[in-house]
Design a binder for this molecule. Structure first.
Ligand code: NAP
Length: 311
């Protein structure tokens, strides 16, 4: 058995990199296993204007690169790879990747969440290039002043984000695949009474059409009851159809809520002593880069103090 590390951090992104930075500076020589999408969700966005310290904004991939370098500067060891299996039933904990096996006295889980997307061909490409598709109205709404926008979804997120977008947009059209909504009545009523929001239900988005400027110019909307399609001009498409926490490898090993978010208490403690969780995998409420980074810092401090208490 290889020697147990003080801390293994599973997953990169604002939470993981910040946990790495803090545990590295605490001399715990952290090992980070980066995961399938090094840097996490911010690597598929363009400008980030709401992370404190960047008065002119920063590209998401650049910010993740900076966080990674900062974590490495203090000695974080970063391994490429996906964790395929964990054993948290005894200590040291065992973490398997497709290439290696590691042992750890403590673990920080920061595997993030993935925004559900519509699954259309150029959706991801337009998200990454700033071409007018986004899965985060709070992050990107301000880039669309006085524009015609579409938002897809029928839950609380869609209602909240549609309402938020009206601060900037000329008009927001909300599309939902059914005429029954998951959203709470109060959020639905608020969106419905907003004069800038128009509901078109039931509707599904069949295609995204791009202009010469490589930005979205229209979408193809289909009525799923009649199958009638129509081209609908818009300058921005917001997808608000939920998030999935990246927690499947921890199923049955860490307590989770019904949606799969890892449950934490007293900061970042999970149901297994010595295992901590930070960022979107444990936070369905805020889901911001800055809150994830803050939670990463909390997890590092929790892990450090817990390790001290074990000596
Ligand atoms: P959600 O409640 O799961 O709603 C997702 C919506 O997206 C549903 O209307 C669903 O349609 C639709 N959808 C899912 N997959 C789709 C697809 N492939 N194509 C088209 N539409 C699709 O997710 P959420 O709105 O993000 O909310 C998640 C949780 O956070 C909820 O518990 C919510 O109450 C909570 N939340 C609370 C607040 C607040 O209180 N301020 C704000 C935001 C979120 P169907 O209904 O047809 O399945």
């Amino acid at each position: 058995m290889s020697e147990a590390r003080e801390v293994v951090i599973i997953g990169s992104g604002p939470a993981g990199y910040t946990a790495a930075l803090y545990t590295a500076r605490a001399n715990l020589k952290p090992l980070m296993i980066e995961g399938m999408q090094p840097g996490g969700q911010l690597t598929i966005t363009s400008d980030v204007e709401n992370f404190p310290g960047y008065p002119d904004g920063v590209l998401g991939p650049k910010m993740m690169e900076d966080l990674r370098r900062q974590a490495e500067r203090f000695g974080t060891e970063i391994k490429i790879g996906m964790v395929t299996e964990v054993d948290f039933s005894k200590r040291p904990f065992r973490i398997k990747t497709e290439f290696d096996e590691f042992f750890a006295k403590s673990v920080i889980v920061s595997t993030g969440a993935s925004a559900r997307l519509l699954g259309l061909d150029i959706e991801k490409q337009l998200m990454a290039s700033g071409g007018g598709v986004s899965a985060c109205a709070t992050c990107d709404g301000a880039f669309f002043p006085d524009k015609e926008l579409v938002i897809v979804g029928g839950g609380d997120s869609a209602m909240e984000e549609a309402t938020f977008l009206t601060r900037y947009a000329k008009k927001v059209t909300l599309l939902h695949r059914r005429d029954v909504f998951r959203a709470s009545q109060i959020m639905l009523d608020r969106a419905k009474s907003n004069p800038k929001i128009e509901f078109r239900v039931p509707s599904v988005v069949d295609d995204i059409l791009v202009g010469d400027d490589k930005r979205i110019r229209a979408i193809v909307i289909r009525n799923p009851e009649t199958d009638a399609t129509e081209e609908f001009a818009c300058e921005g498409l917001f997808v608000a159809i939920g998030h999935t926490p990246n927690s499947s490898i921890f199923k049955g090993k860490l307590d989770m809520d019904a949606s799969g978010y890892v449950q934490v208490h007293d900061g970042t403690f999970t149901s297994v002593e010595g295992v901590f969780a930070a960022g979107d995998v444990a936070d369905k409420k805020y889901r911001q880069a800055v809150t994830a980074a803050g939670m990463g810092c909390m997890a590092a401090i929790d892990a450090e103090r817990w390790l001290e208490s074990q000596e």
